[in-house]
Design a protein around this ligand. Structure first.
Ligand code: GAL
Length: 419
């Protein structure tokens, strides 16, 4: 009776929202592998967990900590090799394609067709959520990496004006240093170095980002502009504190939240941490595009890739996929996560100013041909090439290579990874 009532209420509210979602099953269970273990990430994941639980679907959690998801992908490999994949796995871009090629992923066609995903999910995401024309993953969000998160108090103390180009950025960082705080909160992990690198390369031009990060043109990878990109990375390194090495990204966010640091250059999952700490955009923190990149977006989209499961698990898997893609979930989840919806028809009403800006920037970048996959987060190149780039970027960031040597090493590393 209670179950019937619950389903009735849910269907009722889904229909009011103009959407007949989650009609697949009540009951069953989903095992979900993910790396959403920080405060903000866990709060967002809870929105999904609760939604499924309200439908009687049991959530078996398989968290594998580690921003960017490298450790999660290693754990996944072990499970697939053992012939026991989870129901759903948080995954990014080319990793999804790689798994699809191995023939282990499921088929979401039934729910995607019924709910018209083709019409509402942006093509840039469909390129990864579908393989050989089949839906294999449910996109949860769109994040992007060319953001800077600034403490309002630290910015005011540094003159109050948000930087719009590289020189203005350096001027603000210098003032923050003079004011006695760590100007740049950063965690020295390869994926975090690479996240800043995405933005720095983009700040030197959209054509340059495309030719180097997407097309991997050796002339762009090893040219003068790349040397300049590495010079900019070295300059940014001079603003991090001495304990940066190995620090998790959310602890770097905490430094800005607590006023110990001035800013963090990070994807918009950082906003989830600020919100979780009770901070408000505009009054406690400020979000800007990395100076010089306004108008362009380097995106990554978290998707739940679905694995082949037995008939006993299929209904719960389809329920999860349907829930994820429903417009009301896309709004309530992304408001907490810091990301923006993975469909084009979700109103921005519930989003704060940074979220509204994220939605607008994404639409604009998409229509002007300035939307690019993030290299750091698996949407520009396959994992082997990405890891080769990570290695060079991190060696340079840690002072093992100068900028010229790094540009040359990038050409070689990418060529070797491509085989
Ligand atoms: C990204 C992911 C985000 C966020 C971040 C840090 O790769 O897309 O959702 O979780 O890692 O963990």
């Amino acid at each position: 009776m209670l179950r019937k009532l619950l389903i009735g209420t849910m269907l009722g509210s889904a229909l009011t929202a103009g959407y007949a979602a989650s009609t697949y099953a009540a009951g069953g269970s989903v095992e979900v592998l993910h790396w959403w273990t920080s405060g903000g990430e866990a709060a967002a994941l809870d929105v999904l967990k609760k939604k499924l639980e309200s439908q009687g679907v049991t959530w078996k959690d398989m968290p594998v900590a580690g921003g960017g998801g490298e450790a999660a992908m290693t754990a996944l490999r072990a499970r697939v090799t053992a012939g026991d994949p989870p129901t759903a796995v948080q995954a990014l871009g080319f990793d999804i394609t790689d798994w699809a090629k191995q023939g282990v992923v499921g088929d979401l066609g039934e729910v995607a067709d019924k709910e018209g995903w083709d019409k509402v999910v942006p093509t840039a995401l469909q390129n990864f959520a579908k393989h050989d024309g089949k839906w294999i993953a449910a996109p949860v969000n769109v994040h992007s990496t060319n953001w800077v998160w600034i403490s309002k108090k630290a910015l005011d103390a540094a003159g109050g004006k948000t930087p719009e180009n590289w020189d203005e950025l350096i001027a603000v960082l210098d003032k923050m240093k003079a004011n006695g705080i760590t100007p740049l909160a950063h965690g020295g992990q390869a994926w975090q170095d690479a996240t800043i690198f995405d933005a720095v390369v983009l700040s030197l031009g959209t054509d340059f980002y495309k030719s180097s990060m997407i097309d991997n043109d050796p002339a762009a990878l090893g040219g003068e502009k790349m040397v300049e990109a590495f010079d900019r990375m070295a300059k940014l390194k001079s603003y991090v504190d001495k304990d940066f090495s190995g620090r998790d990204w959310n602890l770097a966010s905490a430094m800005v939240i607590e006023g110990k640091a001035g800013m963090q250059m990070m994807g918009d999952w950082a906003k989830g941490e600020f919100l979780k700490a009770g901070q408000k955009p505009g009054s406690d923190f400020v979000c800007i595009r990395f100076p010089g990149t306004q108008g362009s977006v380097t995106f990554n989209s978290d998707m739940f890739m679905m694995f082949k499961v037995g008939d006993d698990k299929k209904a719960a898997q389809l329920t999860m996929a349907s829930d994820i893609e429903s417009p009301d979930f896309q709004s309530s989840f992304n408001v907490v996560k810091g990301s923006v919806p993975a469909r084009t028809d979700v109103p921005d009403t519930a989003f704060d100013d940074c979220g509204k800006k994220g939605i607008k920037d994404l639409a604009e970048a998409n229509s002007s041909g300035k939307l690019f996959g993030s290299m750091a987060h698996g949407y520009a190149v396959p994992a082997a090439v990405k890891n080769a780039m990570y290695d060079v970027i991190t060696r340079h960031f840690n002072g093992e290579l100068d900028s010229k040597a790094a540009a040359a090493a990038l050409v070689e590393a990418v060529a070797a990874a491509k085989g």
